[in-house]
Ligand binder design. Structure first.
Ligand code: AVI
Length: 331
């Protein structure tokens, strides 16, 4: 079936507002700041997404395969924790690979509502899932999951389960994470669950190896931001004058990725000039690593309670099930 036919089948894919990325504004703002920074959300152009897939398959980057293994091994137990008759809502569904593990785990899921900023991705992934799970009704929505002001309608009598795998919450700072968790709690009106992947705090050498793979995919992924700026914003970054850096910051409990200028230089972007001192960096990503006990307290401030956690034997990664704390009726 062509994508065009699928679009006719899922009219709601058109009804959300077209997501707007303010790439130019954000890049100019980040490069004008001190210290300089760029948002990691701009890594994911088609080349960046391909590089991320390559990173995920490296020996050093344990996150993706560990989370998948946890989901495969525990999907039935996870489902058993939630009242049956579920509507599964995936936030940033991409190619919905990890979703399959949940959909395969039993018949509790009646509806699947994948939400993704890329319509093309969404249509392709949903079309493939429809073939494999014909009894589950699917309602894709093209939207930026961080900007939702309402959720797609959840069928009466079903419990909403939000699914946010991939440790993506770790790429937000704590304030942003709390804002997102609170927003989702509000959208669910205090009723439902959130299944989330988080990367756990561990040995510094293991963490740093995961962001400095020997094949150089993470370095290429980081440098790809400069390529994208050159291409889309008439930039003249010289790739040989910047180097990839990723290190663990123990005070913040996060991996920081930077692009460090190897010499003093000026760069032009969108007609503006930016000066770099030798050794000055652009902070391109933070990836927070959590302790489960801290995470339990953290989510409570956004009105969620941690109901259950599944980890691998080495405790590298956690899949956590949060339950929305109900709103209290005013007395
Ligand atoms: C998507 N996100 C959870 C990845 C991470 O590990 O923070 C992005 C990434 N950055 C470098 N490698 C992978």
């Amino acid at each position: 079936m062509t994508l065009g036919a699928r679009e006719a089948e899922w009219p709601e894919i058109f009804t959300s507002e077209r997501p707007v990325d303010n790439f130019r504004r954000d890049v100019l703002q980040g490069l004008s700041s001190n210290p300089k920074y760029l948002s990691p959300k701009y890594f994911y152009d088609p080349r960046g997404s391909r590089l991320f897939d390559l990173i995920s398959a490296t020996e050093e980057y344990y996150l993706t395969r560990t989370e998948s293994r946890i989901l495969v091994c525990h999907a039935k137990e996870i489902m058993a924790q939630i009242p049956a008759d579920l509507t599964l809502i995936e936030l940033g569904s991409g190619s919905s690979i990890k979703t399959r593990y949940l959909l395969e785990a039993g018949s509790a899921i009646h509806d699947y509502l994948p939400i993704d900023i890329s319509r093309q991705h969404l249509l392709q992934a949903t079309a493939a899932l429809v073939e494999q799970f014909p009894s589950i009704s699917m309602h894709p929505l093209a939207a930026d999951y961080t900007q939702l002001d309402r959720l797609p309608a959840v069928r009466n009598g079903t419990t909403p389960l939000l699914f946010f795998p991939g440790s993506t919450l770790g790429n937000l700072d704590h304030e942003q994470s709390l804002a997102l968790l609170s927003r989702w709690h509000t959208l669910l009106q205090g009723r439902g669950y959130l299944l989330l992947g988080i990367d756990l705090l561990k040995d510094k050498a293991l963490l740093e190896a995961a962001y400095n793979d020997k094949a150089g995919y993470t370095a290429a992924f980081n440098m790809n931001l400069l390529r994208r700026i050159n291409r889309e914003l008439h930039g003249n970054f010289d790739f040989a004058s910047f180097k990839h850096e990723a290190f663990f910051n123990p005070d913040q409990r996060r991996i920081e990725m930077h692009l460090r200028s190897v010499c003093e230089q000026s760069v032009q972007v969108a007609g503006y000039r930016f000066h770099f001192a030798a050794g000055e960096s652009i902070h391109t990503e933070s990836s927070y690593k959590f302790k489960l006990e801290d995470f339990r307290r953290f989510v409570q401030t956004a009105a969620w309670t941690l109901q259950m956690t599944w980890t691998d034997a080495a405790q590298y990664f956690g899949v956590v099930l949060l339950k929305a704390l109900p709103y209290h009726e005013p007395s």
